[in-house]
Each structure stands twice: as structure tokens, then as C-alpha cells.
Design a protein around this ligand. Structure first.
Ligand SMILES: Cc1cc2nc3c(=O)[nH]c(=O)nc-3n(C[C@H](O)[C@H](O)[C@H](O)COP(=O)(O)OP(=O)(O)OC[C@H]3O[C@@H](n4cnc5c(N)ncnc54)[C@H](O)[C@@H]3O)c2cc1C
Length: 309
């Protein structure tokens, strides 16, 4: 391994300046993805820029019609937050099922989005929720942020500052988990705006990174329940040593059916535009996780219970 410099930045302009000065410098957030990649020689890095002291990247607050999460919010902080549990219960639930207790305490929302691992949960959640990302380079919609596996609109010198989650929508996330890590294989996030009847469906863990699934969104808008006859999204999937593309696409369709049935049960008129949107100003009850491969702690072996803490 070549020499590695470590710098603890004080504020956002300093982080940006350091990144611009050295093309092989990287932001260090929780280090849960970056440090293993550096150790394994999978990425060329000569300088780590620790951002823990950068105040702009911290905090979780309620704005007028958004919940704002600083990039340095950890998965555990989001899962435990009373604000998130109240306003975005499905997001809190998803955060609680990332990795294990140790990774959740240090791994960050910003690190996950900026890394865009093709099996990560947060990118799909951000797409389904229509989140807006505040970066050192300006605002970016989630739709324009993810540009392929391990590639985002940030480029080498951009810094993700915060994620703005719109309120007043229902959502759900479920995944079939890789047994050792809990990465999605695949995962599916679904969001609906009851005022407009507009649905957003995002898949992850199909191989190409988080993507929207246009056919599912179109089917969910139809009153006749066309979503039940959806074809698996084979064009979005690729196989690897774990599973074939066909199997992953099949699992994505299974997740889509389960979440759609669950969410539609909470909507008037089977999910079409609501003539009385005021009644959705308070969030609907949480939608339970749909994947069946997650036994309850009492059924599970001791090593599995470690993940469930
Ligand atoms: C055992 C294990 C299991 C896991 N299971 C899951 C899982 O089930 N689901 C899931 O979604 N993830 C999972 N992860 C990934 C985990 O969520 C990581 O925490 C996350 O992917 C990276 O966050 P981090 O804060 O550690 O980022 P780092 O490792 O510090 O950084 C990751 C990358 O993002 C960049 N970066 C970080 N923050 C910023 C920023 N604010 N602006 C610009 N660039 C930035 C870094 O330069 C680096 O390139 C798992 C990880 C491990 C080790």
C-alpha cells in the first residue's frame, strides 16, 4: 500500500479545496466502505479527508415540508430518531435493517449515497422518496445523482452535504438480504404521493446500481391492478456468482407485488389521486417489511441474532 495522508478538515470550503488540490484524495465519513477498499487496493487513494468536524454535514431537522438529514447521520441515528419514526417510518425501518449494529453506529447516509454500491439500500430509498440532495456543487435530484455502480454526480471533488426528504407521502422498503452483510439482493423501495396518485419504484441489488422501474410505476397508476401481472425487470438485472439475472428479476417482482399490496391497502381509491389530500397530512401506519427471509430473533440462530440488535 502506498503512503496515505490523513487530514481532519474544519469546514466545507476546506474539504472542497483539499479534494480539488489532490485527485487521489477522498472524503472519509464512517470508513465502512472506503477503508476496506483502500486496504484491499481496490481504489487509488493517497489522502483521507476526515469530515467529522464539519458542522454543515451534521444534524437531523424538520423543515417546512421536508426532513433534512445531514450527510454524516449514521444509519443507527436515523433508525432511532423520533422525527424520522414519526414522519418517515419506512425510512427508519429500512435504516434499522442495514448491516449489523456495529456498522450502523458508524456508517453514514452520505457515505452510502456517495459510494453508490450496487447492492446498497439508501440509493433506492432516496429515489423512491424523490429526495433532493444538497451538495457542495448545488442541488441535485436523486434521479440525476446515481449514474451507475460506484458513480454519482459528485465526481471526485463534490461533497454531499445533506439529504432533503419530502413529507406527506407513503413508502415502503423491503429486500432479500445477502446473509452475511445484509446488502440487498435485490431490494425494492416504493413511494406514493396520495395527493397526485404518482408512484415511484426503485430497485437496488440487481447489478447496475439503484434504478427506477418505469413499468412498475406505470402499472401501479392503473386502477385495474395491472401491477399484479408485471413482468420481471430482466432488462435491469445482471447475474453474478450469487444469483442469475432471471432470479434477481423474479425476486424484484415478488417484492413489488408485496409492497404494492401493502401500500395500496393504506390508500383511498386503490392508490389513485385522492380528492381529499388533507387527510394525508399525518403519516400512515408503518408498512411491515415484506421479505420473508428475516426470521424473528427467537427463531434465529445466535449469530443471526447479532444482526437483529
Ligand atoms: C459488513 C457490512 C455490511 C453492510 N451492509 C449494508 C446493508 O445491508 N445495506 C447497505 O445499504 N449498506 C451496507 N453496508 C455499507 C454501509 O452502509 C456503509 O456505511 C456505507 O456504504 C458507507 O458509509 P460510510 O459512512 O462508512 O462511508 P465511507 O466508507 O467513509 O465512504 C464511502 C465513499 O463515499 C465517499 N463519501 C463519504 N461521505 C461523503 C460525502 N459526504 N460527500 C462525498 N463523498 C463522501 C467516500 O469518499 C468514499 O468514496 C455494509 C457495510 C459493511 C462493512
Amino acid at each position: 500500500m502506498s503512503a496515505l495522508a490523513y487530514t481532519r478538515a474544519r469546514d466545507l470550503p476546506e474539504v472542497v479545496a483539499l479534494l480539488r488540490a489532490n485527485p487521489e484524495a477522498r472524503v472519509l465519513a464512517g470508513g465502512q466502505s472506503l477503508l476496506p477498499m483502500v486496504r484491499l487496493g481496490l481504489t487509488e487513494v493517497t489522502q483521507l479527508i476526515d469530515v467529522q468536524d464539519v458542522a454543515e454535514l451534521h444534524g437531523l431537522r424538520l423543515a417546512k415540508d421536508h426532513l433534512v438529514m445531514g450527510a454524516l447521520c449514521t444509519h443507527a441515528q436515523i433508525a432511532r430518531s423520533a422525527l424520522v419514526q414519526e414522519h418517515l417510518p419506512w425510512v427508519a425501518q429500512a435504516a434499522a435493517r442495514i448491516a449489523d449494529a456495529q456498522v450502523r453506529e458508524v456508517g453514514t447516509l452520505g457515505g452510502s449515497l456517495a459510494n453508490h454500491d450496487p447492492n446498497a439500500c439508501w440509493p433506492a430509498l432516496a429515489l423512491a422518496a424523490q429526495a433532493r440532495l444538497e451538495t457542495s456543487q448545488g442541488w441535485v435530484d436523486a434521479d440525476d445523482f446515481f449514474q451507475g455502480p460506484f458513480t454519482t454526480a459528485l465526481g471526485q471533488s463534490g461533497v454531499l452535504v445533506a439529504v432533503h426528504w419530502p413529507l406527506g407521502r407513503l413508502g415502503a422498503y423491503a429486500k432479500f438480504e445477502q446473509v452475511a452483510s445484509r446488502f440487498a439482493q435485490p431490494g425494492l423501495a416504493m413511494g406514493v404521493d396520495p395527493r397526485t396518485g404518482s408512484w415511484r419504484v426503485a430497485v437496488t441489488g440487481l447489478g447496475y446500481g439503484a434504478q427506477r422501474w418505469a413499468e412498475a410505476e406505470a402499472a401501479l397508476r392503473q386502477p385495474a391492478g395491472d401491477w399484479a401481472h408485471l413482468k420481471p425487470p430482466l432488462d435491469l438485472a445482471v447475474g453474478d456468482v450469487h444469483t442469475s439475472a432471471e432470479y434477481r428479476a423474479h425476486l424484484a417482482r415478488v417484492l413489488c407485488r408485496r409492497l404494492a399490496a401493502n401500500l395500496k391497502a393504506h390508500l383511498p381509491d386503490n392508490g389513485l389521486a385522492d380528492p381529499n389530500p388533507a387527510r394525508h397530512s399525518t403519516p400512515a401506519p408503518p408498512v411491515p417489511a415484506a421479505a420473508k427471509n428475516t426470521p424473528t430473533p427467537s427463531d434465529s440462530p445466535w449469530w443471526k441474532r447479532l444482526f437483529d440488535r
